[in-house]
Design a protein around this ligand. Structure first.
Ligand SMILES: Nc1ccn([C@H]2C[C@H](O)[C@@H](COP(=O)(O)OP(=O)(O)OP(=O)(O)O)O2)c(=O)n1
Length: 180
């Protein structure tokens, strides 16, 4: 079951959903519009290899916005801390932003129960597109889970910043050994 606007509003009021800062104006019938945070990481032009450490540039988005170039990967973040111990969060885009050819996440729309932080956004653009800090860029919805809950023990800190965490070297090597 997905939460309605009123259920999201009440859950924020009782604390079972965290959206900080929260603005009622940003509620939709079944979701909440999040805003783009100030910091952006830009992928290096070199090969991205999960076994090799790579340096990402980090910028603060200027007032006149930042131009997203096709063929680059940008890690943004939600301006808000978002999540819930009671509900499962899903992170999706807004259709109006989709019509600009901008993707907000790449194949990762699930927020585990207990994950409460500023979400990392994997931004890509179909054609050169300018985005601005604070713009209403995407939406989150909340789902009622079923079964015994087990809280997410994540690696996201409390800072509102994009995280470039990729798979750990150990995880990749362990999996690789397991299939040999
Ligand atoms: N676009 C996304 C998708 C997810 N998350 C956050 C919320 C999720 O609860 C958490 C973990 O997501 P996944 O399980 O998809 O990611 P990993 O398996 O890579 O992370 P971990 O090893 O921490 O479980 O990351 C995020 O910030 N931005």
């Amino acid at each position: 079951m997905i939460l309605t606007r009123e259920a999201i509003r009440q859950s924020v009021a009782t604390g079972s959903i965290v959206i900080q800062p929260f603005d009622e104006e940003l509620l939709n019938p079944n979701s909440y519009n999040y805003r783009l945070g100030r910091f952006l990481k830009i992928s290096p032009r070199s090969v991205l290899d999960p076994l090799a450490a790579v340096e990402w540039d980090e910028i603060e988005i200027p007032e006149d916005g930042v131009l997203l170039e096709p063929g680059r990967l940008y890690l943004g973040h939600t301006m808000e801390r978002i999540g819930s111990k009671s509900f499962v969060t899903s992170l999706i885009g807004r259709s109006s932003i989709g019509r600009l050819g901008v993707f907000l996440q790449i194949s990762a729309d699930l927020g585990h129960q207990g994950a409460i932080h500023s979400w990392t956004l994997e931004l890509t653009a179909v054609q050169p597109t300018r985005v601005y800090a604070g713009m209403r860029i995407g939406q989150v919805s909340f789902w009622v889970p079923t079964g015994e809950p087990r809280e997410y023990q994540g690696r996201y800190g409390s800072e509102a910043k994009p995280r470039e965490y990729i798979l750990g070297r150990d995880e990749i090597l362990r999996t690789a050994r397991a299939i040999r």
